[in-house]
Ligand binder design. Structure first.
Ligand SMILES: *Cc1c(COP(=O)(O)O)cnc(C)c1O
Length: 500
């Protein structure tokens, strides 16, 4: 199985080379040249396997240049009991006959990014060996919260890698800040930037584009890389849990062989839901993929009209991991629905870049709308939904997951579709405990409470335990105290790499 760019560069790469390279040289994203096909008997065999075995079975169909032993070692290191606090890794919880939750937050950082960022470093270090790369890889991350911590946990003490994470000084929640500044590991650096997320991201982009800095790092044996969600090594592991959820529902008797199911996905960069689309293209019986957005509803507009227009206000919402106006992974969807028309994809991406807008029409739009449906929820509806889901099912949903629950309601009302639905639950409610507690008990319940006091109150009120990794933060030593201006970010990387 080889990979090529969505933009027409005809060079074909092995999986290892695609994972090491990240983004294609022509600016496009890597896609597999063909998709493996599955059928009902394959799905039946999955029911007999645990999550890790299911992962090996899916991954080996895409990673032709990795041996089964290598893939098994990657999967075991990523999804073992030392890392995930649930034996099922990605358990399915049933709310009622036709509504289920797929929980993707049982990993070390309590958010769905762990599903990919626990295994990416494993795939990447083996890719370095396979491609004869001599340099030590330096992962640079600008984070608005979840990705930075998940990348730190994934890369900590991984051979031949270093990781430097920058976060906006006042732009992350207190839990998220504590998760990062207490990070352990011999190859990690964490730096707060005096600025907002855009300043931080722009600073990281400047370092990537700074030729003399890159030459200086290369002279010391370092090569910069990113753990960004457009890397094929982040997307591929996400296909697994769609198959795993379906296998679990078959096993529980909630679905019969071949029965169609809908997935509802809280969406930002379009990575998670795109993995569901790949699963469907591979033969998983998926009817609709419902894209749930927040007030940054650029995807809802696009999926309804075909017009992608990022020229709009950016909203800070209660579901910050979905506060995104340019969803990079959409490019892969466009490639597939045009039957691999790279010239067309390049034209649309060029228009997005220069004008901030492009329009998809005709067959391509029809193909998109056959599978995708979308709506969005604002913060008021999200808060009301957290309470409604708790009152009705005694299920605690974080704000991102609540957006999806709300959109499922509107999907059912609008379409009358009675197929079973799986809501993809992307974060532990305790990671956003202030929003969740305020939704259940009113904003006054937060008055004078520290993040931990609020979390304890939420736990007491609902009888749900706080994930140990979050509870443990309260007594962890702060190990990273560096703060810099955006202009000083490069110096921070130099210090982390060159002066031990
Ligand atoms: C990243 C994230 C999302 C959005 O996922 P995409 O793959 O970017 O669409 C949703 N919820 C949570 C909690 C996240 O961390």
């Amino acid at each position: 199985m080889l990979y090529h760019s969505t933009r027409g560069g005809r060079e074909k790469l092995t999986a290892a080379a695609a994972i090491k390279t990240g983004i294609a040289p022509d600016g496009g994203l890597f896609v597999p040249e063909a998709l493996p096909q599955t059928d009902n008997s394959y799905l039946a065999t999955l029911t007999q396997l645990d999550y890790r075995q299911r992962a090996v079975s899916i991954l080996e169909q895409f990673l032709a240049d990795y041996s089964r032993e290598e893939i098994t070692a990657c999967v075991d290191a990523a999804y073992g009991a030392a890392k995930f606090d649930h034996p099922a890794v990605a358990p399915v919880v049933t709310l009622d006959d036709s509504t289920h939750m797929l929980e993707l937050w049982h990993g070390p950082t309590s958010a769905f990014k762990d599903m990919a960022l626990q295994i990416l470093p494993q795939l990447l270090t083996r890719a370095l060996t396979k491609t004869g790369e001599r340099a030590e890889i330096v992962i640079l991350v600008a984070t608005s919260g979840d990705t930075g911590k998940a990348a730190l946990e994934g890369f900590r003490d991984v051979d031949r890698t270093r990781i430097v994470v920058f976060f906006p000084h006042e732009g992350v929640s207190e839990m998220q800040r504590l998760q990062m500044v207490t990070q352990e590991g011999g190859n990690v650096a964490v730096v707060a930037v005096r600025g907002n997320f855009d300043d931080t991201q722009a600073g990281v982009k400047r370092i990537f584009g700074d030729r003399s800095a890159n030459e200086q790092f290369a002279a010391h044996g370092f090569k910069l890389s990113s753990a960004n969600s457009i890397n094929w090594g982040r997307l591929l592991p996400q296909i697994v849990y769609y198959f795993s959820a379906y296998a679990d529902l078959l096993k529980m008797g909630s679905l019969s062989a071949g029965q169609l199911v809908n997935f509802v996905v809280p969406t930002g960069n379009f990575g998670n839901i795109l993995a569901g689309y790949y699963a469907k293209l591979m033969g998983l019986p998926v009817n609709r993929l419902v894209c749930a957005a927040n007030a940054n509803n650029v995807l809802t507009d696009f999926l309804r009209t075909g017009v992608y227009d990022r020229r709009r206000c950016f909203h800070k919402t209660l579901s910050p991991s979905m506060d995104i106006l340019v969803s990079s992974n959409l490019e892969r969807l466009l490639y597939h629905v045009t039957g691999g028309d790279s010239a067309q994809v390049s034209a649309w991406m060029g228009q997005l870049n220069t004008n901030g807008v492009y329009r998809v029409e005709g067959e391509a739009l029809a193909a998109i709308q056959e599978t995708f449906w979308s709506d969005w929820a604002d913060d008021r509806d999200t808060t009301a939904e957290i309470k409604a889901v708790y009152d009705r099912y005694r299920y605690l949903a974080d704000p991102h997951t609540a957006v999806a629950c709300r959109v499922l309601k509107s999907y059912r009302q609008a379409t009358g579709d009675e197929n079973a639905a799986v809501v993809v639950s992307t974060a532990s409610p305790f990671k956003f405990n202030d929003s969740v507690l305020a939704a259940l008990s009113g904003p006054e319940a937060l008055a004078g409470k520290s993040a931990f006091a609020a979390a304890r109150e939420l736990s007491r009120l609902t009888g749900s335990p706080m994930p140990p990794s979050l509870a443990g933060l309260e007594n962890k030593a702060v190990r990273h105290t560096d703060v810099c201006d955006p202009a000083g970010m490069k110096a921070m990387v130099e210090r982390a790499l060159l002066q031990e």
